[in-house]
Write a protein that binds this ligand. Structure first.
Ligand code: AHM
Ligand code: MG
Length: 336
């Protein structure tokens, strides 16, 4: 029977989240609506990243489009897409984007209880050469949405109600946690739906890969330098770890989540707080790591305990397999 070749009972991301939310009697579908707008943003950006419709838009030889406009830069386009999708959901009150200096306070008529922090297109150095890039997002619920202010989003990561990322790679993969484990969904382009393909992701307890920009080694502090040295020259008779570094946080974290190991963006003498942003890079990824059974550490504390003092604050970050992060924690503790 030809129908046997098809899976007919599809677990789409919407169905999955609806199931999850139905466990909370107070839920009225607001989260599901918010998420479906985020999903729309991801699909749009995926299409743009894949250059679908390229010929129609700008002509094959890369001319400007029919209106005579230059194509918008992908990161600018992605930011616009997410802001419009989030505001029109009617479920958000404050948005914080990596692309915008100030928080966006949603107009009163379109306000809802959620606050979304996001990096619409992360991995800027990889955009123009076709290497995997992604969108990262985190979601908070605000107690009072009448007069939202910037201070309302300066919350520790452990207060997030959900976090996720979408990776625009060899396939388009959305990884999500609403605080009850981590699940991955792959976009089926023919259906335009994200289908559950990675149920209940658990990171291996220990990994064989480390991921860091070694070009910064000259400026590293003692514990980071000692840790990376141990990865290459282990003293306990184990095999050295492999190095993998893409330079797109989404892709490096996705690999870490699936294969295990550790991802580091440490602080150093030049940049004591490292590079990555607390609200929309460090927090969502730390939330996912913990939900998958791993850990995330700033060099001082559990990453999700950090309380940011400004929107675009940065922090060093060490995240991944439980045992691997334990090792770096021990090195920082020994330093005192
Ligand atoms: P971006 O926001 O300019 O894209 O920078 C963030 C990216 C992360 O995706 C990645 O982990 C990191 O920067 C790589 O930085 P580096 O090039 O210094 O190794
Ligand atoms: Mg970024």
């Amino acid at each position: 029977h030809s129908a046997d070749a098809y899976r007919t009972d599809l677990m789409t991301i919407t169905r999955f989240v609806l199931n999850e939310q139905s466990k909370h009697p107070e839920s009225r579908g607001d989260f599901t609506i918010l998420l479906s707008h985020i999903v729309l943003g991801c699909k749009f950006v995926c299409t743009a990243v894949n250059k679908a419709g390229l010929a129609k838009l700008i002509g094959l030889a890369g001319e400007t489009n029919i209106q005579g406009e230059e194509q918008k830069k992908l990161d600018v386009l992605s930011n616009e897409v997410f802001i419009k999708a989030l505001v029109s959901s009617g479920r958000t009150c404050i948005l914080v984007s990596e692309e915008d200096e100030d928080a966006i306070i949603v107009e009163p008529s379109k306000r809802g209880k959620y606050c979304v922090v996001f990096d619409p297109l992360d991995g800027s150095s990889n955009i123009d050469c076709g290497v995997s890039i992604g969108t990262i997002f985190g979601i908070y619920t605000l107690a009072d949405v009448r007069e939202p202010t910037v201070e309302d989003v300066l919350l520790p990561g452990k207060k997030m109600v959900a976090a996720g990322y979408c990776m625009y790679g060899s396939s388009c993969t959305l990884v999500l946690s609403t605080g009850a484990g981590v699940n991955g969904f792959t976009l089926d382009p023919s259906l335009g739906e994200f289908i559950l393909t990675l149920p209940d992701i658990k990171i291996p307890k220990k990994g064989k890969i480390y991921s860091v920009n070694e070009g910064n080694a000259k400026n590293w502090d003692g514990p980071t330098a000692a840790y990376v040295e141990k990865c290459k020259f282990p003293e306990d008779g184990s095999s050295p770890k492999s190095l993998r570094y893409i330079g797109s946080m989404v892709a490096d974290v996705h690999r870490t989540l699936l294969y295990g190991g550790i991802f580091l963006y440490p602080g150093d003498k030049k940049n004591p707080n490292g590079k990555l942003r607390v609200l929309y890079e460090v927090f969502p990824m730390s939330f996912l790591m913990e939900q998958a059974g791993g850990q995330s550490f700033t060099g001082k504390e559990r990453a999700l305990d950090l309380v940011p003092t400004k929107l675009h604050e940065r922090s060093p970050i060490f995240l991944g397999s439980y045992d691997d992060v334990e090792e770096i924690k021990a090195l920082y503790a020994a330093e005192g």
